[in-house]
Design a protein around this ligand. Structure first.
Ligand SMILES: OC[C@H]1O[C@H](O[C@H]2O[C@H](CO)[C@@H](O)[C@H](O)[C@H]2O)[C@H](O)[C@@H](O)[C@@H]1O
Length: 597
């Protein structure tokens, strides 16, 4: 039986991440990077596609929590005979790729099952596994396949059986067993053992200190803290790229084909992540990402992509993995992402907004960073009127999506501000003129005067949840009648069981089969819109409903299926968490303005 998505916890060290189920199965892990092939892929297949299980043999109830504000996870399993705690972590900041699991007996005794199954290539490849000694003479299990070596250490090593490694042992109160798995390139020596206790302490301290620094105050502080931590975890410490989610192909609709690979760095998602971090006082992180951006987009501005690999590489060809049956049979499983080749005119606007905000918060441009922005905006000035695939990356016809046109306006607007307010150079006359032209065009062609709402694109009367962002990016004030009319139309057309879908798929605009569920980021945008127009009680009601669908660890996926009450889509998803932070910020601001803060 598959594990519901909300039953998973996230582990990670800011360069790679794993999902572990409540019952103790690490069902997803890509090594050595977020976007590397998985060595545990049973999330999208069976146990034979790789997993690491450590949990009670007998039926148990499990309660779990992160230690302080970190990603060190404590799961306490209670059986009829006793209680045992399993602590899982990926130690941070030591240039190693380890997954550590500590089993401690708390009460009575508990019989534990241990199973370690490594498969490389997303479950396709059986490695060569042997018992070897490290340089201190300690016995370890080593699995080798192509470029990868995985080394399992432990106080009890499991035994081989049908290409799995298994063990069963009893843990009594007061006993402790440590296990760790380490990835190194296959041509390396077997890596040495970790000092587990000190790595655990440093890892908790690092994340907890980081989380303590944020400035958000308000009723949703705890949810905001966990969301910021998720965003931090998805920001690659070494390379600076920010991934949209650590998973691929968790379905937007169970059993459906809307299954995509999110382990890449979208300029849109990354810029919005930065804005959320900046809004809570995390300014330094901007430099890491901005330097990544400058390296990734270096070269001809016409070659700008909408997403890159985590190290800035450009090749992300989409392919289907036929050997994997998919999460609850949701096929195909895809790796790579075909949207990489799309034109999405909103992304430069998002980048320019985030970098403008960073400048205003004192982040100085580097020699290259303004030059790169200038080149990109000049290139946009040559192609500003083209159609695109929009922020939803539709696979249907390219169109003049109203949100994209607004973001073209935003790109010129922030470029003009870079000159007027921040003293940088550039073709400001031309940018100013284009900014005003696009504004007028949107208000004329993207607005349905009869219904009093902006529309999804210039040739439709449909609406789109992205239109809620018009006041957020400064295109029009929140109390403009056209904005208010848009909020009303979006509520009328896109509400589904108390949550918001992105757009009506029935229009066929996205060129895809099947349905999708409410999109959590859009639902947070609605809460933010309510706050901006002073509907504070409505904002709280929606916020509470949304936080109510997060799992017990405060994690959210991309979408939520109200009919089955399940989180669906990739998990955890930066888009949902960054939108949560921004909605909470907007509510605090609105309460302050209304004298309710
Ligand atoms: O809706 C079809 C598209 O779905 C994915 O895109 C979504 O995720 C992106 C990453 O978070 C986000 O930037 C985008 O706004 C979302 O629509 C998928 O990556 C696309 O390939 C697919 O066409």
């Amino acid at each position: 039986m598959t594990t519901p998505i909300h039953e998973y916890a996230l582990l990670g060290d800011t360069e790679r991440a794993a999902l572990v189920s409540r019952h103790g199965a690490v069902d997803w892990l890509c090594l050595p990077r977020f976007d590397s092939p998985a060595c545990f892929a049973s999330l999208l297949g069976t146990d034979d596609h790789g997993r690491w299980f450590l949990g009670p043999v007998e039926e148990a109830t499990a309660t779990r929590s992160y230690r302080e504000h970190s990603f060190v996870l404590d799961t306490v399993h209670e059986t009829a005979t006793g209680r045992v705690r399993v602590t899982d972590l990926m130690p941070f900041g030591d240039d190693r790729a380890d997954l550590v699991r500590i089993v401690e007996g708390l009460d009575g005794e508990v019989e534990m099952d241990h199973e370690w199954v490594v498969r490389t290539g997303y479950g396709a490849v059986l490695p060569w596994v042997s018992r070897v000694e490290d340089e201190t003479g300690t016995e370890v299990i080593r699995a080798i396949a192509g470029p990868d070596m995985f080394v399992l250490r432990g106080d009890r090593l499991p035994e081989p059986e049908d290409h799995h490694h298994r063990d069963r042992f009893t843990v009594k109160a007061g006993e402790r067993y440590d296990f760790s798995m380490t990835w190194v390139p296959s041509w390396s020596e077997v890596p040495g053992a970790l000092d587990i206790d000190s790595r655990l302490e440093d890892t908790v301290r690092h994340f907890d200190d980081w989380a303590d620094r944020h400035e958000h105050q308000g009723r949703y502080r705890e949810a905001v803290t966990r969301s910021l931590l998720v965003l931090r975890l998805l920001t690659d410490e070494l390379r600076g790229g920010i991934v949209a989610a650590p998973t691929t192909s968790l379905p937007e609709d169970i059993g459906g084909s809307r299954n995509w690979d999110y382990r890449y760095c979208w300029l849109r998602d990354a810029s919005l992540t930065l804005e959320a971090l900046l809004g809570c006082g995390y300014v330094e992180e901007t430099k890491l990402w901005r330097n990544w951006l400058v390296r990734a987009v270096a070269g001809d501005p016409a070659d700008l992509q909408i997403m890159y690999a985590v190290d800035g590489a450009r090749e992300l060809p989409e392919r289907e993995l036929d050997h994997l049956p998919g999460y609850e049979g949701s096929r195909p499983v895809r790796v790579g992402n075909g949207a990489v080749g799309q034109k999405q005119s909103d992304v430069l606007g998002e980048v320019m907004i985030a970098l403008d905000r960073a400048r205003k918060l004192g982040v100085e441009e580097s020699d290259e960073s303004w030059a790169v922005q200038k080149a990109l905006v000049d290139d946009l000035a040559d192609h500003w009127d083209q159609t695109d695939h929009g922020l939803w990356e539709v696979r249907g016809e390219a169109r003049h999506f109203t949100h994209s046109r607004v973001m073209v306006w935003a790109a010129f607007d922030r470029a003009v501000k870079g000159v007027e307010e921040d003293g940088h150079d550039g073709d400001v006359e031309r940018w100013r003129e284009l900014r005003d032209t696009v504004h007028a065009e949107v208000c004329e062609r993207g607005y349905d005067a009869e219904r009093g709402t902006f529309t999804q694109h210039y040739d439709t009367r449909e609406v789109d949840a992205a239109l809620l962002l018009l006041p957020t990016v400064g295109f029009l004030p929140a109390d403009d009648e056209r904005v208010k009319g848009t909020v009303k139309a979006v509520e009328e057309d896109l509400m589904k069981d108390g949550f918001l879908v992105r757009y009506r798929t029935s229009s066929g605009v996205d060129g895809l089969d099947g349905e999708e569920n409410p999109f959590l980021a859009c639902s947070f945008w609605l809460a933010e819109s309510y706050a901006r127009v002073g509907r504070i009680d409505d904002a709280h009601a929606l916020m509470d409903r949304l936080l109510g669908v997060a799992n017990d660890l405060g994690l959210l996926s991309e979408e939520y299926d109200p009919s089955t009450q399940r989180l669906v889509g990739n998990f955890p998803q930066a888009f949902s968490h960054l939108a949560l932070v921004q909605a909470a910020d907007a509510i605090v601001e609105a309460e302050r303005a209304a004298g309710r803060g």
